[in-house]
Design a protein around this ligand. Structure first.
Ligand code: BG6
Length: 493
């Protein structure tokens, strides 16, 4: 008998800005993601952990250069290929497909009174196609993008106006698709705003890595918006299931010194802070202390806290790719500079990341740690006691398309197998994990580096970092492997 429940939601995950393309078709407005250009670099080859290709916020908002290439405008041409792509997912036996709706496809500037019917129709078509194969859509309303106009005019989520504008958009989607979509997430990896200024929930703040009031003010607006999505959703369809989505950056102590253990506990609170607000409905006391210590002042309006408290999520979801270590005494060469260059110092919300030498790392410096996924699931279950959905996990790496059009990605199969095995162990212990959507089930543009050569998929898309290629789809070895996993409901890994 399978460890995995009969109705387990096996599938894959994507995001509109990395997958769709068609950035200016059928009335779509520009999104912040459309402004992220491709920056060629050499460092990702050869296990380098530094990422240097980030544009400044100012460049993203104002830097339209004729000769630059903007990969997220093209994605993987899903806009034209969605039928073929969904048929391939169905062939693998997908039960669930996580995708996002592009806000500016529905409200091009974010401020229109009436939504863009062409945009709404596109998602009707996508959902119809999924439902034709009994694939359950899981929809993120905001996955690393915001209408560009709102970023420019309001400084994005720093302004309270964004709450109403987002809720107008959310209401449109929840109402239109109420009989087609049951599972919803308001914001992808809501915690990433602390690390990546433009992709992290599209909060536009220069040097967001500093603990500043603007960052947390913007986050507060997103917390209120998340709770309001939950509130209005139940009126539209009481069967809706609304989830949190946090990027789990799990920390281990670098040494067994109590100080390192304490630092680690603090570091892991970065994740728990977000779950505490979204799933428990409270601002935890350690966050309040952090705000006091760092002179962070957030404007909280009269009933914000009550809204947050009364409208918590139905399930918790998170992405998991790797674990890190943190500690007091750091050997310089073991430091991982994972995000922006200014993120150099330690504080509770920005811990130092140290290489764990017992783990292998990917070409992009992600430390491979399947047991970490089990630890993360255990932690989230023990703390929040709500069903858990693993909404992202996977191996981003180079793939080779052979002359006979095959992709022998045994490395990916190994990574996924070991992670799924750990999920099985959690379920075996009685933890209600309800689904697993591995990241980038079809190759898409990288969120972090805008590369296309960092591939996660079971389905290969023949296009390079500059969009050169046939765009044909090819099944990787992992495609056939995952099909068997789903067919056997996780019995055959
Ligand atoms: C998650 C994001 O952080 O990680 C995805 O939700 C992203 O959008 C994924 O693509 C993998 O990161 P990257 O940078 O390899 O694309």
């Amino acid at each position: 008998m399978s460890t995995f429940p009969k109705n387990f939601l096996w599938g894959g995950a994507t995001a509109a800005n990395q997958l769709e393309g068609g950035y200016n078709l059928d009335g779509k407005g520009l999104s912040t993601a459309d402004m992220v250009k491709f920056v060629p670099k050499n460092i990702s080859k050869g296990k380098n952990t530094e990422v240097v290709s980030y544009q400044t916020v100012n460049e993203i908002l104002h830097g339209l250069h004729k000769n630059e290439y903007y990969p997220k405008r093209e994605g993987s041409h899903f806009y034209e290929h969605y039928k073929e792509d969904i048929a391939l997912m169905a062939e693998m036996g997908f039960k669930c497909f996580r995708m996002s709706i592009s806000w500016p496809r529905i409200y091009p500037t974010g401020e229109e009174k009436v939504p863009n019917e062409e945009g709404l129709k596109f998602y009707d078509n996508v959902f119809n196609e999924l439902l034709k194969y009994n694939i359950e859509p899981l929809v993120t309303l905001s996955h690393y993008e915001t209408p560009l106009n709102l970023a420019l005019k309001y400084n994005g989520w720093q302004s309270r106006e964004l709450i109403d504008l987002f809720i107008k958009y959310a209401k449109t989607c929840l109402t239109r698709y109420k009989d087609k979509v049951k599972y919803w997430i308001a914001f992808n990896e809501i915690n990433m705003s602390l690390n990546v200024p433009y992709s992290g929930a599209a909060i536009f703040i220069e040097k967001t890595c500093n603990p500043n009031s603007a960052t947390f003010q913007a986050l507060h607006h997103q917390f209120v918006a998340s709770a309001l999505v939950k509130k209005i959703s139940k009126k539209i369809n009481p069967n809706f299931k609304i989830g949190s989505m946090v990027g789990m950056s799990l920390f281990y102590p670098y040494t067994n010194s109590p100080k390192d253990v304490l630092l680690t506990q603090n570091a892991n609170r970065i994740n728990y802070f977000f779950f505490d607000v979204l799933s428990k409905g409270i601002y935890p006391s350690y966050a309040k202390k952090y705000f006091r210590k760092n002179k962070i002042n957030i404007k909280i309006e009269y009933d914000d806290l009550e809204i947050i408290n009364k409208n918590t999520v139905d399930f918790n979801s998170f992405s998991y790719y790797y674990s890190n270590c943190t500690g007091e005494k750091i050997n310089k060469k073991d430091k991982i500079l994972a995000f922006l260059p200014e993120q150099k110092r330690y504080d509770e919300f920005h811990p130092e990341k140290i290489r764990n030498n017992s783990l292998e790392i990917t070409d992009w410096g992600f430390q491979i740690d399947p047991i970490g996924l089990r630890i993360a699931i255990n932690e989230i279950w023990d703390r929040y006691r709500k069903p858990i959905f693993i909404t992202e996990n996977g191996l981003g790496t180079y793939d080779i398309l052979t002359s006979d059009k095959k992709i022998h990605d045994d490395y990916r199969i190994k990574y996924l197998k070991e992670h799924i095995d750990q999920i099985g162990k959690c379920i075996d212990e009685g933890i209600p994990v309800i689904g697993y959507t591995s990241w980038g089930c079809i190759d898409i543009v990288s969120a972090g580096t805008s590369e296309r050569s960092k591939r996660y998929g079971y389905i290969y898309v023949d296009a390079d970092d500059y969009g050169q290629g046939t765009w044909k789809r090819y099944k990787k070895d992992s495609f056939y492997w995952y099909k068997k996993v789903i067919e056997s409901n996780g019995n055959v890994l």
